[in-house]
Design a protein around this ligand. Structure first.
Ligand SMILES: [Zn+2]
Length: 398
């Protein structure tokens, strides 16, 4: 159970944040290893400053990799995300660094020599490291983004549902969470996916749990192999797989987000104690409360990322298992470009201004229509109202 659960602060009062404060910020670049040629693996940890275990795990894996001198077929770069927030043990100082990666915003910031927000300065420094990699890699840039959660639970991956990301994610023996990016905007992984980078976010457990660093370290070893940098017979790699497999044996291999409970600062949102990721929940089950009263799950499924910290916009998510056969089917229909015929369905029309986008009238279209769009590799943009806009992910051919 996290610290903030035991203390029950008055509504609106800032909770004592979990990470130790006053720590020295780790360097921006933890290490770079391997030759200039071949694929590139970019690993980022600590985009959220109250998630130091990802940085610990990344640092351990990279120094071990350097120590054993394993031959690499490409380059790996380990970057630290929100250094300022890490040094004070907060998710962020001014705004969430993992909700700020919008191409037009980044372009504007590049023309601002000294932005006033600490997170804007962090973003610019990261951009200076990452942009050249995108230019150099020529399409074989892979990305692993390490995180932890405020509530307890086993590891899982979060990814944009492209065929390349799926193939990469399947190397990690943890549940894959799809549909997250439809709910949350401005993440580094969404931005990079739009730039043709293949990768996943990896949630390694609870913020202060020492085992979270081990899961993060395991994810680094697996990513090195999945990106084609390492060959498969290292002890570190075998141990990494075993560690993650042990915890995920009973869990579904793929789930998709069915509900997000969004919160804002003034809500007084408080999760009921003792909830954890992948715990089954029923429709109508009371999970939290805020100023307007009790909050129940609108649907049955599995709970994901119950919020037990003051900073953050997501109270909790509910996910449901996806049958692996659904993934096979969707790969098949994407290869055959079935989206050419989708506008023939009732309630579906082509977007008048956005090429490749569709507008679905939910009063006319059947429930399965949205599922069909997901199957075809589309993602929803904007809110769920009577009309829903769906666009196809740019880099989705394998
Ligand atoms: Zn995070």
């Amino acid at each position: 159970m996290s610290q903030s659960l035991q203390e029950t602060p008055a509504e609106g009062e800032m909770v004592a944040l979990e990470a130790p404060t006053g720590a020295e910020a780790p360097p921006r670049v933890l290490d770079r290893l391997g030759p200039e040629s071949g694929p590139i693996l970019l690993i980022v940890a600590g985009l959220h400053g109250n998630e130091p275990m990802g940085v610990v795990g990344l640092e351990r894996a990279l120094s071990r990799l350097r120590a054993i001198g394993a031959p690499l077929s490409g380059r790996v770069i380990g970057l630290v995300g929100n250094r300022k927030a890490l040094s004070v043990g907060r998710r962020f100082v001014d705004h969430d660094l993992n909700r700020a990666w919008f191409a037009d915003r980044i372009e504007l910031l590049r023309q601002t020599p000294e932005p006033s927000s600490p997170e804007d300065r962090e973003l610019l420094e990261l951009d200076r490291e990452i942009e050249p990699l995108i230019q150099q890699a020529g399409g074989s840039l892979f990305m692993l983004d390490l995180h932890t959660t405020s509530g307890p639970g086993p590891a899982f991956s979060v990814l944009e549902d492209t065929l390349a990301n799926r193939a990469f994610a399947l190397n990690f023996p943890v549940p894959m969470v799809l549909g997250f990016e439809e709910e949350v905007g401005g993440t580094l992984s969404h931005y990079l996916c739009g730039r043709g980078v293949t990768g996943i976010g990896f949630e390694a457990g609870q913020h202060q749990e020492p085992f979270a660093a081990e899961r993060a370290e395991a994810a680094v070893w697996i990513a090195l192999e999945a990106a084609g940098l390492l060959n498969g017979d290292l002890d570190e790699l075998r141990e990494a797989r075993q560690k993650l497999e042990l915890e995920s044996a009973e869990l579904p291999s793929i789930v998709e987000v069915r509900y997000r409970h969004a919160i804002s600062g003034g809500d007084g949102f408080r999760m009921k104690p003792e909830h954890r990721t992948f715990q089954p929940v029923e429709r109508g089950q009371k999970l939290a409360r805020d100023r307007s009263g009790e909050i129940s799950s609108p649907t049955e499924g599995l709970l994901l990322m119950p919020l037990y910290q003051e900073q953050g916009d997501d109270g909790f998510f509910v996910v449901r298992p996806v049958l692996p056969v659904w993934l096979k089917l969707s790969a098949l229909v994407r290869h055959h470009r079935f989206e050419r015929f989708v506008h023939l369905l009732p309630g579906v029309r082509k977007h008048p201004e956005r090429p490749g986008a569709f507008i679905v009238n939910r009063r006319v279209a059947r429930f399965l229509t949205l599922e069909l769009f997901h199957l075809l590799g589309f993602r929803r943009v904007g809110p769920v109202g009577r009309y829903v806009v769906l666009v196809r992910r740019t880099y989705d051919r394998s």
